[in-house]
Ligand binder design. Structure first.
Ligand SMILES: NC(=O)c1ccc[n+]([C@@H]2O[C@H](COP(=O)([O-])OP(=O)(O)OC[C@H]3O[C@@H](n4cnc5c(N)ncnc54)[C@H](O)[C@@H]3O)[C@@H](O)[C@H]2O)c1
Ligand SMILES: CC(C)C[C@H](N)C(=O)O
Length: 363
């Protein structure tokens, strides 16, 4: 991989390699764009097979956060960290403290949070070395983002239903939910309360059983979820689930779920558009978690955060409107919306540097 070429192609600002021999820390912080404000994005710990794979993941995820934060209307840029290692075996407290010192060294240009493989306890360790971390266990923290992400996804499912069926009621609608983990379990609760009929799957049998019992859901095998006769398909487990194989099988008129990077390739978003399937772009519908942690920067207020999460409904309606108006797939409409916000700001400022007037300087 030609790193500078890649960074130039997608206009990345900074890539930071962090190494600490004593704790075994090997981390990569990618900062994509700080035009709108400091880069906020989680820290992922994963068993990357090669260093190249880790660099690519950090870069791709950081860019994703630029779009997610911009589309959510946050004054934040995009960044992400990957730590190379097995979260079940390779963690130690010194590792996260060392990582915290690297974050502090960026002086507020990057703010971290939880992601796959990291926990609230890890954020607490990072917090011992830097203020530029959210999602700690402290009283001023916003706590576990999953229920809030689920609330945003629920609002997004309703917006997509309004677009597809002319009415946002989910009563009597059949919804196929793929994965019933932290986000989707909470999502199912909202959907069930509104009278939707749920069909669920997960590779974890206990998770399926829990959803079947709590929400009167029907269970199917993991691969059968794509063939379910349903109104709405809600992918809440993995990425790349919209691909050449599944697109032929899906019967839903709406695709709206929490998983990141749902389209295997962008051309799959084009096919959905051609088929008239309403697709809620992943980074718009799943932005509830980041909206919630971002509120901490202003002194966390749950009511304010949830009110902002509710706006995912209107943001998606705007995305669908642009898609129809310009005859472009919804994923392109969402990208345009995010890019326009950044471009407008770029006229007056580019990279973020902390100064004493910024809200972060009061942390
Ligand atoms: N947690 C958040 O706040 C948040 C925010 C934004 C996006 N997301 C995204 O939403 C998705 C779910 O996140 P989560 O926090 O609920 O994760 P989770 O790990 O709690 O849940 C994922 C579930 O998917 C199941 N699963 C894995 N492979 C599967 C397969 N092949 N078929 C069916 N089920 C499978 C897992 O067993 C697990 O129960 C992820 O893609 C995540 O990146 C989460
Ligand atoms: C900052 C985090 C809450 C981000 C979250 N992991 C996401 O993908 O949106």
């Amino acid at each position: 991989m030609k790193i500078f070429n890649y960074m130039e192609t997608y206009d990345y600002e900074q890539l930071v390699f962090c190494q600490d021999e004593q704790s075994g820390l090997k981390a990569i912080i990618a900062i994509h764009d700080t035009t709108l404000g400091p880069a906020l994005g989680g820290t992922r710990m994963w068993t990357y097979k090669t260093e190249e794979e880790a660099i690519e993941d950090a870069l791709r995820l950081a860019r994703g956060m630029t779009y997610k934060n911009a589309a959510a209307g946050l004054d934040l840029g995009g960044g992400k960290t990957v730590i190379i290692g097995d979260p079940k075996k390779d963690k130690n407290p010194e590792m996260f403290r060392a990582f915290g010192r690297y974050v502090q060294g960026l002086n507020g240009r990057y703010i971290t949070a939880e992601d796959v493989g990291t926990t609230e306890e890890d954020m607490d360790l990072i917090y011992t070395e830097t203020d530029y971390v959210t999602g700690t266990s402290g009283a001023k923290s916003s706590g576990n983002p999953s229920p809030v992400t689920a609330f945003g996804v629920y609002k997004g499912v309703k917006a997509a239903a309004k677009e597809a069926f002319g009415d946002d009621s989910l009563e009597g609608k059949t919804i196929a939910v793929q994965g019933v983990g932290n986000v989707a379990y909470n999502l199912c609760e909202h959907l069930h309360k509104e009278g939707a009929k749920l069909v669920v799957t997960d590779i974890n049998k206990e998770a399926v059983q829990r959803a079947v019992e709590a929400f009167d859901a029907e269970a199917v095998d993991p691969d059968d979820i794509y063939d379910v006769d349903c109104d709405i398909y809600s992918p809440c487990a993995l990425g790349a689930v919209i691909n050449d194989d599944t697109i032929k099988r899906l019967k839903a008129k709406v695709i709206a779920g929490s998983a990141n990077n749902q389209l295997q390739e962008s051309r799959h978003g084009d096919i959905l558009f051609e088929k008239g399937i309403v697709y809620a772009p992943d980074y718009v519908i799943n932005s509830g978690g980041v909206i919630n942690v971002a509120d901490e920067l202003h002194g966390y207020n749950q009511k304010r955060a949830l009110n902002k999460v509710k706006t995912i409904y209107d943001t998606l309606l705007r995305v669908f409107e642009i898609s129809k108006r310009d005859q472009i797939p919804s994923y392109i409409a969402a990208d345009r919306m995010a890019e326009e916000r950044i471009a407008a700001k770029k006229q007056s400022r580019s990279q973020f540097l902390l100064n004493e007037h910024h809200i972060l300087s009061r942390r």
